[in-house]
Write a protein that binds this ligand. Structure first.
Ligand SMILES: Cc1cc2nc3c(=O)[nH]c(=O)nc-3n(C[C@H](O)[C@H](O)[C@H](O)COP(=O)(O)OP(=O)(O)OC[C@H]3O[C@@H](n4cnc5c(N)ncnc54)[C@H](O)[C@@H]3O)c2cc1C
Length: 424
């Protein structure tokens, strides 16, 4: 059956369908449909963010498993997936991390064609600034690991940094002089909402039921095996539950009786008024705890590291915006007159080794795709692909083998901190 036929009326997006809809004054049908809640599904995915929706999409598209429900307590993309700053890159520190994120970049590069949805991927080049000999050393290490894994990444000097980002202060007078940078040309930004909506539309077209406004309140486990989930709209019998709830993931794990070493921290970001395009690359400073990119509309997107205390609060704070503005001006003093339009916060599920927790758990039928911290949006496609394969085979594929839950009990932590903190 063609995608158009399966899409339940939304059809294939193309120049032809745009003209046809315009000429015939046809309304576009919803990108995904509403369904009654079935009393059983083969797979229940908790969390309607990029991870849950990508897993649903690949389950249907690659494995033909379509009796699947995605349960979302709020609206689709209302968690971190709709609040992040959408930086994509694969220049991580550990070989496991680099291989994993590079597969995601590969999927992202083909995603618009795969989903028939413009996800607005923009390759910009990603610069992580070094302000000390110690960070230069870590960047050399990272770039060597990256090259061994076939990822384009190199350490460059201040002159080259200035050529790529002319407005950056690379002088000796800067409070934290720029000694060099890790330059990752394939890095970039994407439109986060489009990714979420594209996956939702693709999953819906293949028969997945997407249920916004459906909160999971309990998970029934009997003799070590998942039996059902309880929701605000009723009970659903199922043999497989996949937890994709990021900042809320420990609450869902608790329902199944599975413990994870995750703590939830708020992460804030801000956006300025739009200005003429002047900043092509994504600029990150781990030492100053800030990063800056410019959207296609001209706004500067500014971010930092997580708030210093665990919390489920999603409120912005004055403290954050003051610190952020100060550090951004240390990098680019000429932005002093720019006004901040708004700031917001999301929740991040931090693990001790800055790597995710993916795959099977001691409870049969309860799987996790969690521990995404401040860097999980870029991992959406590869995680969806890997978790779909894991569910289909009841066995984790090699690409996520290192991210198993047992590593914390067995002392096999991954040590991704040097690449994951602030770099997003
Ligand atoms: C400000 C900010 C900037 C970031 N920047 C970047 C970046 O530049 N690059 C990057 O790669 N990552 C970034 N991240 C991290 C990224 O946003 C997350 O790691 C990623 O979006 C996690 O996706 P997810 O699908 O796992 O979870 P989410 O998108 O958070 O989705 C989880 C969903 O689960 C739902 N849920 C929770 N409990 C229940 C329940 N009981 N029943 C039903 N549904 C429930 C929630 O409502 C939510 O919609 C950033 C995060 C923030 C907050």
């Amino acid at each position: 059956m063609s995608l158009a036929a399966r899409a339940g009326g939304s059809g294939k997006y193309s120049a032809y369908s745009l003209v046809k809809h315009g000429l015939l004054r046809q309304r576009w049908s919803p990108a995904w449909r509403r369904h009654d809640l079935r009393d059983s599904y083969d797979v229940v995915i908790v969390g309607g963010g990029v991870h849950g929706l990508a897993a649903a999409y690949y389950l249907a598209a690659k494995h033909g498993i379509t009796n699947v429900a995605v349960l979302e307590k709020g609206y689709i993309g209302g968690g971190g997936s709709g609040r992040n700053t959408a930086i994509l890159r694969s220049n991580y520190l550990t070989p496991d991390g680099v291989r994993f994120y590079e597969r995601s970049m590969e999927l992202y590069r083909g995603l618009a064609a795969d989903l028939n949805f413009n996800v607005m991927f923009s390759r910009r080049g990603h610069l992580t600034l070094a302000h000390s000999d110690a960070s230069l050393r870590t960047m050399r290490w990272r770039s060597e690991v990256n090259k061994l894994e076939g990822v384009d990444s190199d350490v460059i000097g201040p002159g080259e940094v200035k050529r790529l980002v002319p407005y950056l202060d690379v002088s000796d007078e800067a409070r934290y002089p720029v000694l060099g940078a890790l330059y990752h040309p394939p890095g970039g930004i994407i439109r986060h909402d489009a990714v979420v909506w594209g996956y939702a539309r693709g999953a819906d077209a293949r028969g997945v039921h997407i249920h916004p406004g459906t909160e999971v309140t309990g998970i029934e486990v009997k003799h070590g095996k998942v039996q059902a989930v309880r929701t605000g709209r009723g009970r659903i019998a199922t043999p497989v539950v996949l937890n994709c709830t990021a900042g809320w993931s420990t609450l869902i794990c608790d329902m199944a009786g599975v413990r994870t070493p995750i703590q939830t921290f708020p992460l804030q970001a801000a956006v300025t008024e739009p200005v003429r395009p002047f900043l092509h690359a994504v600029v990150v400073s781990g030492s100053l705890h800030v990063y800056v990119s410019q959207t296609d509309r001209g706004e500067l997107v500014l971010g930092a590291s997580v708030d210093p205390f665990p919390s489920y609060s999603m409120r912005g704070s004055l403290d954050f915006i003051e610190g952020l503005a100060g550090h951004v001006l240390e990098l680019m003093p000429s932005l002093a007159e720019l006004r901040v339009l708004r700031q917001w916060a999301g929740l991040c599920d931090m693990t001790p080794d800055f790597s995710p927790i993916m795959g099977l758990t001691p409870v049969d039928g309860f799987l996790v795709d969690v521990g995404w911290g401040t860097y999980g949006f870029k991992a959406g496609p590869v995680s969806g692909e890997a978790m779909a394969a894991c569910i289909a085979a009841n066995k984790p594929p090699p690409i996520i083998a290192a991210f198993d839950l047992a590593r914390f009990a067995e002392g096999r932590q991954l040590g991704e901190k040097g690449a994951a903190s602030v770099g997003h």
